[in-house]
Design a protein. Structure first.
Length: 435
């Protein structure tokens, strides 16, 4: 985790102290269930909780033990025994390391998802507010980066709101899918531990029992989780790229907020750069980079191997921390985004009315011209305007072939900007509901 791109709430989920606390809770809840089943003394289970519930685990001591044992869970259990005393012999009965590691990882991923969902809610709120603010602010729609037909800036933000609404639904589903627990022992057969222990631990940790595990929880669950994070990252970048384009000097329809005292360049004092959006593009690449190892972790040898372990130690914290930072940055960017309606109108008018070419094309066909002829008539008047040689409407009125089908008044009517925006309300209702 890079401190520059880390928020404390998400980072705390992945701190060693948090991990060891979760490990202890898994072991202690398992001890409770074993005690109820009569496998271990009830007093032993009580002592385990009493001695270690509020303990601060000594990370340096655990690391010291691991340097000797070369096994992280054994190192933790050894340190736990130092805290609990003789009753520690009843800890981890019938369990295997993956029971602790996998269940803990899923607890952490679930908690991380909770924070990410809250982040998405902030992004969605910002997009909705700004979308309604600019619901009817006309701007040019572009295809291939070229002026196409009019839209509104509110619609651009509505597109993003719909996309992030889908992202939220996917993340809720991914959180549900990852929320399983395995306390099934070596190779997952429950040979040394009763399935009721797993049920008890799962309920206590806010998880569900894994229907069938080997010695690990199936990694297709994790693959879907990280794939979901990758798609969200791509949605972030899509919006960031849009803002980067809109801030270009030649466009300047929207711009990142530029704070007092902010500097855009060490060499050029005039610069105001889209640094937040560019940063989001870079962060999105890093989140997506973890999707491939997550997919490759699905294929483990037989009942288990640990080829997934090293990758997950990095991807779990890094992907969630990075996406958390990116979503919060995006929300702030949208909340403070500077919007320039006058520049939007200026750009709309820049092509001398060419953005209305389709309406003229359709009108000609409806009056009897073949589509091929209509296209030819409209295009031959559009091309001079591209070269800066006249006004589109004026040229159409002078074209004898066009005038065979359309009067001057009918041509003028086809240049009504409001025509393109007549269904904005319908789209907004689809995205945001009747409210």
């Amino acid at each position: 985790m890079i401190p520059r791109y880390t928020r404390p709430e998400m980072a705390s989920i992945w701190e060693p102290q948090t991990r060891f606390k979760i490990w202890f809770e898994i072991e202690a809840h398992a001890a409770d269930a074993l005690a109820e089943l009569g496998v271990i003394p009830k007093e032993a289970a009580k002592t385990i909780w009493a001695k270690a519930k509020d303990a601060t685990f000594n990370v340096e001591r655990i690391d010291e033990i691991e340097r000797e044992t070369k096994h992280d869970v054994i190192a933790f259990l050894t340190h736990l025994a130092e805290i609990v005393g003789p009753e520690a012999r009843f800890v981890h009965q019938g369990m295997t390391s993956s029971d602790v590691l996998d269940t803990c990882l899923n607890v952490q991923l679930k908690r991380a998802a909770d924070l990410l969902i809250a982040d998405l809610d902030r992004v969605l709120a910002a997009l909705k507010t700004r979308a309604f603010e600019h619901k009817m602010t006309p701007t040019i729609g572009r295809s291939h980066g070229i002026h196409a037909e009019p839209v509104t800036f509110g619609l651009k933000l509505a597109y993003a709101h719909a996309e992030f609404s889908r992202a939220r639904a996917r993340l809720v589903a991914a959180r549900d899918e990852i929320s399983t627990c395995a306390i099934s022992g070596a190779v997952g057969t429950f040979a040394q531990i009763d399935p009721r222990v797993e049920e008890h631990v799962a309920k206590a940790m806010g998880l569900r029992p894994e229907p069938v595990s080997t010695q690990v929880i199936p990694r297709d669950r994790h693959a879907m989780y990280f794939a979901t994070l990758g798609v969200i990252a791509s949605s972030i970048e899509r919006l960031a790229v849009e803002i980067r384009h809109l801030q270009r000097t030649e466009v300047l329809e929207a711009e990142e907020f530029f704070s007092e005292g902010q500097k855009g360049s060490s060499a050029m004092p005039h610069k105001r750069n889209p640094v937040l959006s560019e940063n989001l593009s870079g962060l999105a690449r890093m989140v997506r980079a973890y999707v491939t190892p997550a997919l490759e972790n699905v294929a483990l040898w037989h009942e288990r191997d640990i080829s997934h372990s090293s990758a997950e130690r990095m991807m779990g914290p890094d992907a969630t921390v990075t996406l958390d930072f990116a979503l919060v940055r995006l929300a702030g960017l949208i909340e403070k985004l500077l919007v320039y309606p006058a520049n939007m109108q200026k750009n709309l008018d820049r092509l001398g009315g060419l953005v209305h070419s389709q309406r003229v094309l359709i009108a000609l066909t409806q009056k009897g011209a073949s589509r091929e002829d209509a296209y030819k008539f409209v295009q031959r008047n559009a091309m001079p305007v591209w070269r800066g040689e006249g006004d589109f409407q004026t040229l159409l009125k002078k074209d004898a072939d066009v005038k065979k089908y359309l009067t001057d008044a009918e041509i003028e009517e086809k240049f009504d900007l409001g025509y393109h925006l007549k269904h904005v309300d319908t789209i907004f209702k689809r995205v945001f509901g009747e409210a």
